[in-house]
Ligand binder design. Structure first.
Ligand SMILES: Nc1ncnc2c1ncn2[C@@H]1O[C@H](COP(=O)(O)OP(=O)(O)OP(=O)(O)O)[C@@H](O)[C@H]1O
Length: 297
């Protein structure tokens, strides 16, 4: 592993505090031999610096695509994504590479994909720190301090391959955090774990967020994980479909003024239903006229 060229890495500022994230009408289309696949169809999302949230939603709704764009692994087809003041679609490939790991840390699904199994945890972390080591003003924590943060104090000499699944997942978090990114993206960190392992991973994520101020985004299918993080953004059909905050579920007004109805209402209000919209001071009411369902066309 070699450090990015100084002229490119040097233009990426230090990220010792949480990064703010903004998505504006973000669109991504995969071109395949069988035709185009629209993965994101206009995501509007704002995440404050130092916030922690879950991205939830059905399989294929676009969560991984969104995370890949925020992690600098994929360029959006249209729209804008900002991380820590950088507009990702405007960065050259070199600057985008410099951003990965230093400003944004990504922990891929499956802890073993993030770690070298035959070297110690200390060395795994040290290797992940190398790209950031020459950035001006970047203060890198000793590997042991990062391991302590994720509940692996004293385990640095062990090889990643020797760890339990829960320890391995926390080691993967430490690796993602190694270079001090302002944003940590974590894909399905609890999917292979029992309840105790899940609690330890959640405790590690909370420690990263509260003690370092790192902005943390967790992709999960586990509703309990979403509830514990306080804010859970549901991605549905490639856009923000709803948002849960402290146990309450909300519809979200998108940048183009649309909202998605909760899926359970669609049996009563199928596509094509005509709704009268009534707007008062603090309320918007959608009402079927005359109690009947009218269809367009
Ligand atoms: N590399 C790719 N090439 C073509 N289509 C893709 C590719 N990656 C994802 N897709 C498609 O894009 C859409 C969104 O996929 P994505 O993986 O982002 O969803 P997801 O919510 O992360 O799903 P899951 O929860 O199953 O991981 C799906 O229709 C998927 O089939």
């Amino acid at each position: 592993m070699s450090a990015p060229p100084p002229d490119e890495a040097g233009s990426v500022p230090s990220s010792t505090v949480g990064a703010q994230v903004t998505c504006h009408r973000l669109i991504h289309i995969y071109a395949t031999g069988a035709g185009d696949v629209v993965a994101l169809s206009g995501v509007d999302l704002r995440i404050a610096a130092g916030e922690m949230l879950a991205l939830v939603g059905p399989s294929g709704s676009g969560k991984s695509t969104l995370v890949a764009i925020l992690g600098g692994l994929l360029r959006p087809s249209a729209g804008r994504a900002y991380v820590g003041g950088h507009e990702l679609s405007k960065l050259t490939p070199g600057r985008l590479a410099g951003l990965r790991g230093t400003t944004v840390g990504t922990v891929l699904q499956g802890a073993e994909r993030n770690l070298l199994p035959y070297v110690s945890l200390w060395r795994n972390i040290w290797l992940a720190q190398r790209p950031a080591a020459r950035l001006p003003g970047r203060r890198l924590d000793p590997p042991e301090a990062i391991l302590e943060l994720v509940g692996l104090a004293g385990e640095g000499r062990r090889r990643a391959g020797e760890l339990t699944p829960g320890q391995r997942q926390r080691a993967a978090l430490a690796q993602g955090l190694a270079a001090g990114p302002g944003l940590l993206l974590v894909d399905e960190p609890t999917s292979q774990l029992d309840a105790a392992g899940r609690d330890e991973v959640l405790a590690a994520l909370e420690a990263i967020n509260t003690e370092r101020g790192t902005t943390v985004v967790v992709v999960t299918h586990d509703g309990e994980v979403g509830a514990r993080l306080g804010r859970a953004v549901t991605i549905r059909d490639g856009r923000v479909g709803a948002e849960g905050r402290d146990g309450r579920e909300f519809a979200v007004v998108a940048g183009d003024g649309t909202i998605q109805l909760p899926p359970e209402t669609l049996a009563d209000f199928p596509p094509g239903t005509l709704l009268a919209v009534e707007h008062t001071d603090r309320a918007v009411t959608l009402r079927v006229e005359d109690g009947g369902v009218e269809r367009s066309g």
